[in-house]
Write a protein that binds this ligand. Structure first.
Ligand code: GUN
Ligand code: ZN
Length: 431
């Protein structure tokens, strides 16, 4: 057992519209076999467990590890492609980089960069968009196993409109996916996600093969893109002739409680109803939506229809791994929507980056909060080389105020340590 001593802050509640901040100053968290077994005033816990080792986190805040619900593993080195809308950006920046992952050694190096980038940003669980190559996926699952991150991911499949070397067939996609899922799904902290790139790069047969794979792998999740960009939406309509973009996924049975759709910047009311009825989630990717000029996410409309929303960086269209930055951009996006925006307070931002992701991935009860019974997946935010954040935290009026400063000023350099299931997985090196 280990006793952690810190100011512990998490966001609890059943959804974004009813979450609240839980703050314990000078708290103790007792961690037994990776699970939080007691939370309370440190003095009380220390009295009850005087012989256990104490980890003292003197300043800053101890937060739950972030739960990231949309980041592209093969795009780490494509971050920073400025100035193009989605379809041009894919051609110019993303797809040429993704082709390089045909080389398993290259993929192994990128997998390492991806997992380390996430951990150093305080992310402890990720739903990751995979690569188009099965050996590259093995490298990603291996890197995740080595570093201990919770990872849900799968082979990305497509059979049209992309460069030839990124294409496969529906039968091959099913066979490769099943082989990967049998190897990795359910192993320790790993899970499999069936992942067609988007309907624009898939035939109906390919989406049906995805549905078959989803049925074959019990507990597998589903993820893809939806309604990100107006030209993309128009292309999907022309190719499929369906009333809505979501219909292309609904028809083969790909919209369920285990489905996470990235973006959904331009939804129709019928799609929001269908997503809510299915219990599906939407991963909001605010920096990507701004970088690619995709639009201002209609969060209020999602919430009014009862659609669950979580947060994603969408690296490499997004601007980095930090969900602090995504949270801030999410806040600013709602401000830019004016009257129609949904105000994102610091509490709601923390919920979006933690509990909402846990819920989207079916991991509520396991992660997302620092309460008794949860895994000790946590990050210690303690600025060392960020004097403006350090000054702001010293002068904060309350824990909520401090949290707002962290979202506004924090970076991965302010994440001093990260634990997953009680294991220390990342520690800022002291210069
Ligand atoms: N739609 C299809 N592929 C992609 C991708 O790689 N990034 C984003 N943002 N949208 C996509
Ligand atoms: Zn994406």
């Amino acid at each position: 057992m280990t006793l952690f001593r810190a100011t512990v802050v998490d966001a609890v509640g059943s959804g974004l519209t009813d979450c609240r901040l839980r703050v314990d100053e000078d708290a103790g968290l007792l961690v037994t076999d990776g699970i939080i077994t007691a939370r309370g005033p440190f003095a009380e816990l220390f009295r009850a467990h005087p012989d256990e080792p104490v980890v003292r986190l003197r300043d800053g805040l101890l937060l739950p590890g972030f739960v990231e619900t949309h980041a592209h593993f093969p795009q780490v080195r494509a971050i920073g492609g400025l100035g193009l809308p989605l379809l041009d950006w894919l051609q110019r920046y993303a797809l040429p980089e993704e082709l390089k992952l045909a080389d398993p050694e290259y993929a192994a190096a990128v997998a390492e960069e991806f997992v380390l980038g996430l951990l150093r940003a305080g992310t402890t669980t990720v739903l990751a968009f995979g690569a188009h190559f099965a050996p590259a996926m093995d490298r990603l699952f291996e890197a995740a196993t080595r570093w201990g991150i919770r990872l849900v991911s799968g082979l990305v499949v497509s059979d049209r409109t992309l460069p030839e070397d990124l294409l496969t067939t529906p039968d091959q996609a099913y066979a490769d996916g099943l082989r990967l899922a049998r190897r990795w799904h359910g192993r320790r902290r790993l899970g499999y996600a069936v992942t067609p790139r988007f309907s624009l790069s898939c035939s109906e047969e390919m989406l049906e093969s995805c549905a078959a794979l989803l049925t074959s792998v019990e507990g597998a999740r589903f993820t893809s893109h939806l309604n990100e960009n107006l030209d993309e939406i128009e292309g999907v309509r022309r190719a499929f002739g369906t009333a809505t973009y979501l219909d292309t996924y609904s028809r083969p049975g790909l919209v369920g409680a285990g489905s996470v759709f990235a973006h959904n910047v331009h939804p129709e009311a019928a799609e929001l109803d269908a997503l809510a009825d299915a219990g599906a989630s939407v991963a909001h990717c605010p920096t990507s939506n701004a970088m690619l000029g995709s639009g201002l996410f209609p969060l209020r409309q999602h919430l009014e229809h009862g659609v669950r929303v979580s947060l994603g960086s969408d690296v490499g269209a997004g601007t980095g791994f930090s969900l602090l930055k995504e949270g801030l951009q999410a806040h600013m996006t709602q401000e830019l929507r004016g009257e129609d925006g949904y105000p994102l307070t610091a509490v709601r931002l923390l919920y979006l980056a933690t509990g909402a992701g846990a819920s989207a991935l079916g991991m509520d009860g396991l992660i997302g909060e620092l309460g008794v019974g949860r895994q000790f997946d946590a990050q210690w935010i303690s600025p060392q080389a960020n004097p403006t954040l350090a000054m702001s935290l010293r002068n904060a009026e309350s824990a909520e105020d401090a949290l707002a400063k962290v979202f506004t000023l924090g970076t991965p350099a302010d994440v001093a340590a990260v634990w997953i299931g009680g294991d220390l997985v990342s520690e800022r090196s002291v210069a």
